[in-house]
Every structure is written in structure tokens, then in C-alpha cells.
Design a protein. Structure first.
Length: 319
């Protein structure tokens, strides 16, 4: 069944069935202290404000534990409020999604996760230094579920399921080209730094479907968390105090490049400087690439968040 999108709804529509992802759901009260549900829902493309006013439905939903991150079938009507459409939910029920429907609500990396897992495994195997390889293997293995499923960020780049591992894999492929051109680079250190530079995001970000910052994420951030995780892994492997651990600590600490971008230290090792450049390049170009791909040649893209909301022109030139 093909369900309507929010853009197809108009004021006055009633008893319309839609599929919607709940991104936020809170019990609120009117001025008369009557409970209602305030929700933010998505049709996979856009967000909309929604309300459930019926008290019996509110009580029923409390028992069902309607959760952000789940998709439901809803029967709705459309009112106008504050000059905008407001969706009123009269009925809500669980639904079993087809694979095609899932793909509309939950964006994921453009590469199959099994391919990404194999790619990461292959790059770890290229690390010859036993201390570096053991640390990377331990950290990724112990955090595998989150590492291979979490987004790389909340909004700015790779903000979808498998985004963290896809960002990491993309950086490794860029690094491999750099190694050919710049022989002074230490391959083992560069690969290791890239593989775990964002390992702290497995704790900083709490969910892959509706990502939010954890308490540790809000209070510490992924750089500090990553350094803590590295220290603990090195301690358990009995390699604290080695040059390898110190260099890896620096790569994590400096990977945002500049103090104003959140790095406690600026890069002082060649591999740290390159890690910063590659991270910046991939995070910027990922957002640009996504917008250019969906823009017709000869026109301007939508505002691009990674470029400070600047738009780019897509030349009408045959590739």
C-alpha cells in the first residue's frame, strides 16, 4: 500500500492513513490540566508537528509505550494552527514494515554493512605493528555492535545508520592514496589512528535510529571518551607508556585540528595532521556529495549544512 506523504495532506483532510516515524513523544497538559501527547513525526522526508487529544487514546498509548525511533500506522486529520498544518492523530497502531518501507524511514550507509565489516577487517590486517594492531582490534571488537551501526554525527555528516563505520572506511581509502604520495608517513600509525579516532562516539551517541547525546557525550564529548577508552585498552594489554600508545593518544586528541574546533591539542605529528585533513575532507564532501547527487544539472543545490548552509551550482556538463 502506498501511503501519502505530509506534503500531500491539506487542511480539512480526515480519516487519512499514514505511516510515520516518531522522532519525539511527550505527555503534556493543556491549561485545564488535561493530558495530551505532543509528537514530532516524520514521513521519511520531512518533519511535522502532531497531537493526540483523546484522553482514552493517551492512556492506551501509555500502556503501549509509544517510543521515539519506531514507525507506526496512524489515522489522522489535518487542522491549521499558527499558520501551519497540524496533524491530529485519532488512531495509532504497530505495523510490520517491508524492507522498502524501512529504507524510507531509516537512512543507512550506501555500502552494505557486511562489506564495511570486511573492509575494516582487511585494513586492521594491514597494520604490522603488534601493539597498534592489538589496541585497534580490542577497541573495535569490544564495541562492534555500536561501531558498525551508529551514525558518525547527529546532524552534520554521515548522520545515518552505519555512518560511523562508513566514514571510517572512506577515510582509510583516502589515506591509502596519501601513503603513495608521501613516503614519510607511518602506515600503521595512520591506519590505527583513523580506525579509532571516533571510537568515543560509540558512547557519546546513544542510539542509531534516533541519535541523541548520552550523559557522557554531553559532559565529556567523544574525544575525551575516546582517550579514556584507549587508556583502558592499553592498560589491559599491558602496553601503557609505549611510544605507540602516546602517538595514538595524540592522534585522537588532535583529530579536530584546531583548539576552536574542540581539539585539546593541535596536531604535532605528521600522521595527526593528515588525520585531521582527511577527517575534515570526508565530513565536508559527504554532505556536499549528497546534495549534488539529488540536484538537477544547471541548478543550485539546497543549503548545505557542512558549508555553513551555502548552496553550490551543479554545472550542466556531460560527465
Amino acid at each position: 500500500m502506498e501511503y501519502p506523504k505530509f506534503k500531500d495532506l491539506k487542511v480539512g483532510d480526515n480519516n487519512i492513513e499514514i505511516l510515520a516515524l516518531v522522532t519525539d513523544c511527550k505527555v503534556k497538559q493543556t491549561v485545564n490540566q488535561t493530558p495530551y501527547y505532543g509528537l514530532t513525526i516524520s514521513d521519511g522526508d520531512t518533519l511535522a508537528d502532531a497531537r493526540m487529544w483523546t484522553v482514552t487514546l493517551v492512556n492506551e498509548l501509555a500502556e503501549k509505550e509509544i517510543k521515539a525511533g519506531n514507525v507506526y500506522k496512524m489515522t489522522v486529520k489535518v487542522n491549521e494552527y499558527g499558520g501551519k498544518n497540524q496533524i491530529i492523530i485519532n488512531r495509532i497502531e504497530d505495523v510490520v514494515l517491508t524492507d522498502e518501507e524501512k529504507s524510507k524511514f531509516y537512512r543507512s550507509a550506501p555500502v552494505n554493512v557486511e562489506e564495511l565489516k570486511q573492509g575494516i577487517k582487511d585494513y586492521i590486517a594491514k597494520i604490522g605493528n603488534p601493539i597498534l594492531r592489538s589496541i585497534v582490534t580490542k577497541l573495535i571488537t569490544e564495541n562492534a555492535d555500536k561501531f558498525f551501526n551508529h551514525p558518525a554525527a547527529m546532524t552534520m555528516h554521515h548522520n545515518y545508520i552505519n555512518g560511523l563505520v562508513y566514514h571510517t572506511y572512506s577515510m582509510l581509502k583516502i589515506a591509502e592514496v596519501c601513503l603513495v604520495n608521501y613516503p614519510a608517513l607511518n602506515k600503521d600509525l595512520l591506519f590505527s589512528g583513523i580506525l579509532i579516532h571516533d571510537i568515543g562516539k560509540t558512547i557519546e551517541i546513544s542510539d542509531e535510529k534516533i541519535p541523541t547525546y548520552s550523559m557522557e557525550g554531553n559532559l565529556l564529548g567523544h574525544i575525551v571518551i575516546g582517550l579514556q577508552m584507549l587508556h583502558q585498552a592499553a592498560k589491559e594489554l599491558n602496553v601503557l607508556g609505549t611510544e605507540e600508545v602516546l602517538a595514538l593518544e595524540h592522534l585522537i586528541a588532535a583529530h579536530h585540528g584546531e583548539l576552536e574546533y574542540g581539539s585539546p591539542k593541535e596536531p604535532l605529528i605528521m600522521e595527526a595532521q593528515l588525520l585531521f585533513y582527511i577527517d575534515l575532507l570526508d565530513s565536508k564532501l559527504a554532505g556536499i556529495n549528497a546534495e549534488v547527487l539529488k540536484t538537477e544539472a544547471g541548478s543550485m543545490t539546497n543549503a548545505i549544512p557542512t558549508l555553513g548552509r551555502k548552496s553550490l551550482y551543479v554545472p550542466n556538463i556531460l560527465k
